[in-house]
Design a protein around this ligand. Structure first.
Ligand SMILES: [Fe+2]
Length: 193
């Protein structure tokens, strides 16, 4: 797996330094570790498999952590833009179908940004056949099976602390202003009917 570059250097409300630390150090670190884990899985001893502790178990637990760390970060960085975009089209229709109005969804999504310890994800849930807001407390804790990432917001302190210190609410408000709705619409394009 390879590190995907950022589409921008800075964003209105997120400095170059904040984004570089987050992308080049933290996210890139997950890619490096994922590759290392995959390499080790090739030679792990399957006969020593154990549910309390075994190398096999640890490798597979941390593979999930690293891989979700990669997927969630890539979606997050990609669903922000330094150019303004509009909330319209399929995503608007799907949000209104589920919440009644964009404002209702927005209120819940932003409040979840305070409630979550790691991530807030607007996902398409294939069992419910609708959009849902879900929270993750860690990369590998809180994900719901059979769902597709539509809009991802990182609320770990490392995502905003350099720019906002403890003012997470201000970071969330800024995030909402730099969402790349064109990217979000591409993610739900196949739900249009
Ligand atoms: Fe992050």
């Amino acid at each position: 797996m390879e590190v995907k570059p950022l589409k921008y250097k800075s964003l209105p409300g997120l400095s170059e330094r904040q984004l570089a630390e987050h992308h080049d150090v933290l996210y890139a670190g997950y890619v490096k570790k994922y590759n290392e884990i995959i390499e080790k899985i090739q030679t792990v001893n399957l006969d020593e498999s154990n549910g309390t502790y075994s190398e096999l178990r640890e490798l597979f637990v941390e593979r999930n952590f690293a891989l979700n760390g990669i997927k969630l970060h890539e979606s997050y960085f990609d669903n922000m833009s330094d150019k303004p975009t509009k909330l319209e089209g399929t995503i608007k229709t799907l949000i209104e179908k589920r919440w009644g109005s964009v404002e209702k969804w927005r209120e819940e999504f932003m409040a979840l940004g305070i409630a979550a310890r790691g991530w807030v994800v607007l996902a398409f849930d294939y069992n419910l056949n609708s959009l849902e807001n879900y929270i993750y407390d860690m990369h590998n804790q809180g994900g719901v099976a059979d769902t597709e990432l539509v809009l991802v917001m990182d609320v770990y302190e490392h995502a905003y602390f350099l720019d906002y210190a403890t003012a997470r609410k201000d970071y969330i408000a800024k995030f909402m202003e730099v969402i790349d709705w064109d990217v979000v619409n591409k993610r739900v394009a196949h739900q249009a009917n």
